[in-house]
Design a protein around this ligand. Structure first.
Ligand code: NAD
Length: 435
């Protein structure tokens, strides 16, 4: 896609290195993907430069009074990759590895994801470098409220809307909503999505990402002529996305043979009883202590023979060292960025059916969009309506990606990225460059 509106000011074929973000391997991974897809789309160089650097990034220090009376300062980030299509949208992550580059990469992927789903949002992401499991509820609340205050000037229902991600949940969103509402002087539920139902949350939002992952897996199974009751699955991560994916697959008759969380991995070739495991974990037990399963290493989990492998935890867990050992038929990327570009190249040489992250986990942002629309209009949809609309949009996007993949003989990832990137590039060309 070339533009004729004077946007192509660069003679360079390569992206200009941007030291602010480039120190992060995850950001470089997002850039590599963008460069590859830009070459495939013959994207205007000026547009490529604009897409390669986030529109806005804010780094804040977040001082928190800890329960023992001491003060601790955390690093917080909010990155808005694009505001071209509407407000930016993206999760807030609490994890010790969070840094500016990682958040920037995740914000870029959010833009492509919103593009594929045709949502009126740009991509954003935020995070605080911390271990949420080592913070008390009170410390988490003070951290969240102070972070909200620090980024207040760049968030808003028409500017940037946060949602839960790794290490955050409905309660985190409730604190953000309350802090923002206190600042503006009226209840403003549309400032966040993924909040509790009582505060204007959307029925089915919590389950949306895992449901969307499952819809994609079912489409792939159909194409491979495998019935769900003949299929087995291995899931890495048992949080919001992983646990719901396990439940949805289990309900369809898929045998979940191994599951992992940050404390360990369990394996039972006869199938793990997912409702009992959910109950066990919800009662405060560690997943690795679940009875009738053997414990296995985190690395062995990913290379188990299975129909579907679902990484639903962190990025870059499938890398050059384990990609050759994968024994799954379908790789459903529920997490963001779980496969490195080097591993991707290896997987492309195999018959593994890869469902790329920006398509596979797009159910979350899709129902977040439904929540934002309902909050703005002060309407409440039933869970049946939410699920039906989610299903329609996920299947439409899946089939578009699959059709492009087959028509152009490209990988599913390339097809997904090119649909997402092209939509934003087209909008940038139409809007032109200010001033
Ligand atoms: P979560 O915090 O609810 O759960 C994360 C899970 O991963 C936990 O069970 C944790 O113990 C596990 N985990 C952490 N480190 C691990 C490790 N080293 N090995 C194995 N397991 C580990 O987070 P979530 O919301 O489920 O998000 C998971 C992934 O899905 C992230 O990549 C996130 O960006 C992505 N995602 C989430 C949503 C959403 O709606 N929540 C939407 C799109 C994408």
């Amino acid at each position: 896609m070339n533009s004729s509106n004077g946007q192509n000011h660069s003679n360079e074929n390569q992206l200009v290195p941007n030291s602010v973000f480039d120190s992060s391997a995850t950001y470089r991974m997002a850039l590599t993907q963008l460069e590859t897809v830009a070459a495939f789309l013959n994207l205007d160089k000026g547009i490529l430069q604009r897409l390669s650097i986030p529109k806005r990034a804010m780094v804040v220090s977040v001082p928190v009074r800890m329960d023992d009376g001491s003060t601790k300062v955390f690093n917080g980030y909010r990155v808005q990759h694009s505001l071209t299509s509407g407000p930016s949208k993206g999760g807030l992550r609490y994890h010790h590895s969070v840094d500016l580059g990682e958040v920037a990469a995740l914000s870029m992927w959010m833009s492509w994801k919103c593009g594929i789903m045709n949502l009126p949002f740009g991509g954003a992401k935020g995070g605080i470098a911390c271990d949420p499991e080592k913070l008390s509820l009170g410390e988490k609340e003070r951290l969240t409220r102070r972070f909200t205050e620090e980024v207040l000037s760049i968030i808003g229902p028409r500017m940037d809307v946060m949602a839960p991600d790794l290490g955050t949940d409905e309660q985190t969103m409730a604190w953000i909503m309350d802090t923002y509402s206190m600042k503006v002087g009226y209840a403003c539920p549309e400032i966040v999505t993924g909040k509790p139902i009582e505060l204007g949350g959307c029925l089915g939002r919590r389950e949306a990402t895992g449901r969307g992952v499952t819809y994609c897996i079912v489409e792939a199974l159909k194409e491979l002529n495998i019935s769900p009751i003949e299929a087995t699955a291995v899931v890495q991560g048992f949080g919001n996305v992983g646990a719901v994916t396990c439940t949805e697959l289990h309900n369809l008759g898929v045998k979940i043979i191994a599951v992992a969380d940050r404390y360990g991995a369990i394996h039972n070739p006869k199938g793990i009883n997912i409702p009992l495991l959910q109950d066990f974990v919800q009662k405060g037990n560690l997943l690795k202590d679940f009875p009738d399963c053997e414990t296995i290493s985190a690395e062995d989990l990913l290379t188990l023979e299975c129909t579907v492998l679902v990484p639903a935890a962190l990025e870059r867990v499938i890398h050059v060292k384990n990609a050759t050992k994968l024994k799954c038929k379908i790789l459903a990327e529920a997490a963001n960025g779980p496969t490195t570009p080097e591993a991707d190249a290896i997987i492309n040489q195999t018959s593994i059916y890869l469902i790329p992250d920006i398509l596979c986990n797009a159910g979350g942002v899709t129902v977040s969009y439904f929540e934002w629309v309902q909050d703005i209009q002060q309407l409440l949809w039933s869970e049946e309506v939410v699920n039906q609309k989610l299903y329609e949009l996920m299947i439409k996007a899946f089939r578009q990606v699959r059709a492009l993949c087959i028509a152009k003989k490209i990988t599913m990832r390339m097809a997904a990225l090119s649909l997402g990137v092209e939509k934003i590039a087209r909008e940038k060309v139409k809007r032109g460059l200010f001033p």
